[in-house]
Design a protein. Sequence first.
Length: 232
Amino acid sequence: MRNSTKVAKLRVTGRNILLSQTFLSPYDGRWSKTMIGYGPEDTHFVLELTYNYGISSYRHGNDFKAVHINSSDVFERVKKISNVSKVNENYWVKKLGMNQLESTDSYTVLSYGDGQCHLRITRESSPIDRGQAFGRIAFSCPRSELPKIQQKIEADNQTILTRLVSLDTPGKATVDVVILADPDGHEICFVGDEAFRELSQVDPKADELLSEAMTSDSSDAWFEKRGGKPKL
């Protein structure tokens, strides 16, 4: 995400820019992340959008369908701006402890409780193609639960992509995470809630910082002098 049109689309749906950060330099190792949502990560489902300065495009796969938002005022905002396998189903419910809200031959709807987002997993007739623009879903939970989650998945011989590890963010809280993959290869990250609450605080200057980063982005010219950005 790195142009005014895409930012405008976020505002059409009423989502806010919660946090915008850029890491490393020069451009061949530089990347940024922008958190968008309807409120703080403590109480809302939030999207993390990443921008890699060194990549000009990604080939999209078919693993991610959509983010579905029910809105009663989206048109007003526009005016203002001018088959799920039983194996996988069992994994999310029995192993990860999600509640099954709805289930048919073509999809299942899961959630961790009242006031939480709903995750809908659908059955596909064709093989999953993740392309080069895939991501993962993340849930926060008490830090003390992370070893238990890892042990449960390990005992069942399921996939652990990243074993329990501490991740440092300069000047901010160090968070503990464990990253899994369900039987279909969807990546799931569990992060210790205590440190995550500090790390996920809304930055009141996020909108301003993102605008500044977009305005000062000269990566196209930087890469042009070096033969252009790679196309994946």
